[in-house]
Design a protein around this ligand. Structure first.
Ligand code: CP
Ligand code: NVA
Length: 308
């Protein structure tokens, strides 16, 4: 079963094939109006469930549009409105959903919900973000990097800020795609050491550097994300802001990276917090391409999942 649960759980050759198919499908659309069906309809007669236990703009819309362009049908479900939120086990939900739909995408809190869903579903399951990872985002980001700058292998990627779920999927990608990864942020918000170890074991250089200016020296790509994720307690907001302020991506920080370095953010961004508008809207930024590529990358992920 081709579940898409995490970048490090998918073979590097398959990741590359998915990225290549995404690029081909993007160029084949050639900017057609959004509701124009793709010339190939690999999801014809397929029903796709999109389950959200957390808010979403990009994931919700890009999956829904992507399925429709490929000829499939979607249902967008809120976890709270399903029996899932009222005591039915994840395993039983997975068994039942598998009788109605051909593919399940779920955004949830605890990773165990995703893994239990995948274990008991008889259709493929896609991770649409958990507290611990966000692989679909990083597929779009890898596609975006390579579209602008060619192969990411051997490049220096720097994450500045909270070592969160998006940062984790970047570490997974470093292991699979072979690029160097530097984390800069406060010690309290380091990425999970299990994932740092995984990337190092794969033979890539992972550096933890507390000084953001030193960290971005010679970077090909600088990335950040919100200082307070959806799974973080709002009560921790002020403390997190105080810890993370030195890691804001601004003009001075970008000036330390390579002159042609790219800037990425998965969005939603909090302007003038983790990133200044000057950088978000400036020449290094590819954030809108990243957002667009969620659509193309996920279409290729879905094709891989259903083998179509
Ligand atoms: N980047 C991302 O996953 O955005 P949404 O939360 O809007 O889906
Ligand atoms: N780290 C963020 C990513 C949102 C797409 C969160 O989990 O809220």
């Amino acid at each position: 079963m081709n579940h898409f649960l995490d970048i490090h759980k998918t073979d590097p050759a398959e990741l590359k094939a998915i990225l290549s198919q995404a690029a081909t499908m993007k160029s084949a659309r050639n900017g057609a109006p959004k509701a124009t069906p793709d010339s190939e309809q690999p999801l014809a007669n397929h029903m796709v469930a999109l389950i959200f236990e957390k808010p979403s703009t990009r994931t919700r819309v890009s999956f829904d549009v992507g399925v429709r362009q490929m000829g499939g049908e979607t249902m967008v479900l809120s976890g709270a409105d399903m029996q899932l939120g009222h005591g039915e086990t994840i395993a039983d939900t997975a068994r039942v959903m598998s009788r109605y739909v051909d593919l399940i995408m779920i955004r949830t809190f605890d990773e165990s919900v995703l893994t239990e869903m995948a274990e008991h579903a008889t259709v493929p399951v896609i991770n649409g973000l958990t507290d611990r990872s966000h692989p679909c985002q990083i597929m779009a980001d890898l596609m975006t990097y390579e579209e602008h700058r060619g192969a990411i292998q051997g490049r220096k990627v720097v994450w500045s800020g909270d070592g969160n779920n998006v940062c984790a999927s970047w570490l997974h990608a470093a292991a699979q795609m072979g690029f160097d990864f530097t984390f800069t942020g406060p010690v309290q918000l380091d990425p999970e050491m299990e994932f740092v170890g995984l990337a190092r074991q794969a033979g890539v250089q992972v550096t933890i550097e507390r000084d953001p200016m030193r960290a971005v020296d010679g970077a090909d790509l600088v990335i950040t994300d919100t200082w307070v994720s959806m799974h973080d307690a709002q009560s921790a907001r002020e403390r997190r802001h105080n810890m993370l302020r030195p890691y804001q991506v601004n003009r001075d920080l970008m000036a330390k990276a390579k002159p042609d370095a790219l800037f990425m953010h998965c969005l939603p961004a909090h302007r003038e917090e983790e990133v200044t508008s000057e950088v978000m809207d400036g020449p290094h930024s590819v954030v809108w391409d990243e957002a667009e590529n969620r659509l193309h990358a996920q279409k290729a992920v879905m094709r891989w999942c259903v083998g179509a």
